[in-house]
Design a protein around this ligand. Sequence first.
Ligand SMILES: [Zn+2]
Length: 366
Amino acid sequence: MQKTERIQQIAQGSGRFARRRFWSSVIVTLASLPSPGWAAPKPESGKALQIYFVDVEGGQSTLFVTPLGESLLIDTGWPDSNGRDADRIMAAAKLAGIKELDVVLLTHYHIDHAGGITQLAAQIPIRMVIDHGQNREPQAAATEKVWEDYQKLLEKEKFKRIIAKPGESLPLKGIETKVISSDGALIENPLSEGSEDNPACKTSKQYPTDHTENARSLGVLFSFGDLRILDLGDLTSDREMKLVCPENKLGKIDIYIVSHHGTSSSNSPAFLDAIAPRVAVMDNGAAKGGAPSSWDAVKSSTRLEDFWQLHYSDEGGAAHNAADPFIANLAGPDTGNYLKVTAWPDGDFEVFNSRTKQTKRYARAH
Ligand SMILES: [Zn+2]
């Protein structure tokens, strides 16, 4: 018997008392339904990939822990501030049960990405560093200082160091990786998931060549089962366009770590149109990144389910911010709340907001 038929029979066929009981049960059922997607965290996290989005106030620091327990930290936040960012990374490492970092990857040498590495190295052993090679912005004093400090640290600690090239994999067990961009160079051939024509290229504006360290960002695509996660650091729009025009070399992405904290010189509409993320996580600060143009480009993804932010964006205002449950740090005093993605081999994943203690579950893409 069809469910609707049975409901009709109950509602129509059994007199006034049964009708009243029917409608009161409907009301009780509706009231007790949880909001779609929000769920208790799934157990068995030992088999999961975990990603902590540490709040470094508009810089980047993202900690991956693979199901085999290997750790990769992408960027180290800012220096100074009494070691604020190193402390926040250590708090995430503690939550993840990590006592040393297998790999620290520096996307580029801007202070909000590589500035914190010396303070961090004083707190936790680092086994290996990966970067794009030499600083290409020596004329910028703050960036050159970060580079020089990094050279001193390499000299002192004798870390194993790898300079990554596009197309290479990272030495990490339990997850597949592909370097997409490094030192201004990009993958030359489409990945197997790519190669679609991208009609948005025809109408897209042209972007001037960026000569800053942003364009040198070491960007990586992560694959865990069918799940695809993209982190391109602060890669800017001229390089984005080369990745998706005239053909989409990357293919579609499930989780997009919003480039450049959502700054307007990254996140071109044609790029977002091509990668069409399902879920976006933006590592913005209250007054850094979170530009309306980036917001609009991400929101225009035809597959977008949710847009998570580390901070409410002052510049975004009422029209260009996610609803409160999707923001780790609202306007006002900052306590460094983090976001965490947990992904399983079956393709399911979830996002946890440490401010609200709420978790939202996403089913594998079909
Ligand atoms: Zn940055």
